[in-house]
Design a protein around this ligand. Structure first.
Ligand SMILES: [Zn+2]
Length: 164
């Protein structure tokens, strides 16, 4: 018999069930889930409207107030996604964009879908409007954006609806 070490491996997996908190930003996710509303925050001092919401203004560090935002806006930067993680592979190809909602002064990253997903539909300056999943969990994937002119078509699908 050889004294040479032989390693034995067994493939296995670990399933972890856990919860995490959204902390001070919980209101944003609860409003998405329960009321189909998009909330940002407004600085008590300088008045800057943040989306994604900031509990304290990142410019002057003052506290902010919650403010309901419009569900329409404009693409600032975008691309079309062809490679992604297992969580989103069914949706490929899809657009992703930094969107500045009307009334907000900052932009946030969110998915863009279109009946005709071409760069002319997912580009800087394109007007977009939010569409909500009917089955919501209080996550960023509860909503996405579509070109404004396609909105009626998207919310008439059984799995989606317009905002509150
Ligand atoms: Zn401020």
């Amino acid at each position: 018999m050889s004294d040479k070490f032989q390693e034995h491996q067994i493939r296995d997996k670990i399933v972890i069930h856990y919860k995490y908190t959204m902390g001070g930003q919980s209101k944003f996710f609860l409003e998405l889930k329960n009321n189909k509303k998009i909330f940002g925050t407004k600085c008590k001092k300088c008045g800057k409207v943040w989306m994604p919401p900031r509990i304290n203004c990142s410019d002057c560090y003052e506290a902010t107030d919650w403010v309901e935002l419009k569900q329409t806006g404009e693409i600032k930067i975008s691309t079309i996604v062809w490679y992604t993680t297992s969580a989103f592979i069914q949706a490929v190809p899809y657009g992703i964009a930094f969107i500045k909602l009307d009334g907000a002064q900052t932009a946030f990253n969110q998915g863009i879908f279109s009946e005709n997903l071409v760069p002319s539909k997912v580009k800087k300056g394109q007007r977009v409007k939010a569409v909500f999943q009917k089955d919501r969990e209080g996550k960023m994937t509860d909503f996405f954006f579509v070109p404004e002119e396609e909105w009626e078509k998207w919310i008439s699908k059984p799995e989606y609806e317009g905002g509150g």
